[in-house]
Design a protein around this ligand. Structure first.
Ligand SMILES: [Zn+2]
Ligand SMILES: [Zn+2]
Length: 255
């Protein structure tokens, strides 16, 4: 399975800090819509046919209006958004609402579609692009779903935004082919109270969560808030966590 955390910042020669979240899985499947619609490579955008949206927070949906605009061709084929019922409702009422952006959901017809939506139910596996994707609720306070992606060879978990959680680790324990988890660490230890309030991890709670994983599973740390990214990196390094590394936006990972 080929996974790339897409870059989401401009103006630096390298990939820079992570402001937004989109993972590309293979070529046609994406997890979250934070940055997919901002990628300069329009062919990359056009190849994405299914976007699994973990939750409605801006950093995970910001580029969806542009993805729809950039990939629209007249006819029945269009990009598919898959998310919880509440997340889809938020996207239609707060983004595709005829004010912030055209209501592409309402004006789509079977013969001419801008986007289509599919409701995800917790733990109900769906199949897209030769992968089986299972949504699992996590602890983020915004109806948030982690996505477990299994291509028959490797299983990779995208934990979304979450505070400490049990259900995801219990679910992964039953799967023998888990290769990696992309796990957030949003705040440094000094902001542990804010992290707890908002449903995010700090290096200390990250370490506790990682200890729940089977040996051999790699953890890639994502979603470091840009203002604190260096501090978070230093705190994680000081903890000497085995099999834990910082995910680099733009780098391609093969599992
Ligand atoms: Zn969030
Ligand atoms: Zn987020």
């Amino acid at each position: 399975m080929r996974v790339q955390l897409l870059p989401s910042s401009c103006g630096l020669p390298d990939s820079g800090p992570q402001f937004l979240s989109t993972y590309l899985v293979g070529e046609s499947l994406a997890i979250d819509g934070g940055s997919i619609g901002f990628q300069a490579d329009l062919d990359l955008q056009r190849r994405v046919r299914h976007v699994f949206v973990t939750h409605a927070h801006f950093d995970h949906v910001a580029s969806l209006p542009f993805l729809v605009e950039n990939t629209y061709i007249r006819g029945p084929d269009c990009v598919e958004l898959l998310a919880s019922k509440n997340t889809l409702a938020a996207l239609q009422s707060d983004v595709f609402n005829g004010r912030m952006w055209p209501d592409f959901i309402a004006i789509s017809t079977p013969a001419d579609r801008y986007l289509t939506t599919t409701v995800l139910e917790p733990f109900a596996t769906v199949e897209r692009a030769d992968c089986r994707i299972t949504p699992v609720p996590v602890s983020h306070g915004a109806d948030t779903l982690a996505m477990i992606v299994d291509d028959g060879h490797a299983c990779v978990a995208f934990a979304a935004d979450t505070g400490p959680t049990d259900v995801l680790w219990q679910h992964l324990a039953d799967r023998p082919n888990v290769r990696a988890v992309f796990l957030e660490c949003s705040f440094p230890q000094s902001l542990a109270d804010l992290a707890a309030h908002c449903g995010h991890l700090t290096p200390a709670t990250l370490a506790e969560q990682v200890s729940r994983l089977a040996s051999g599973v790699r953890t890639f740390v994502v979603h470091r808030k840009a203002a604190h990214a260096a501090t978070i990196a230093a705190e994680i390094a000081a903890a000497h966590l085995p099999r834990v590394e910082l995910a680099a936006p733009g780098r391609i990972y093969d599992f």
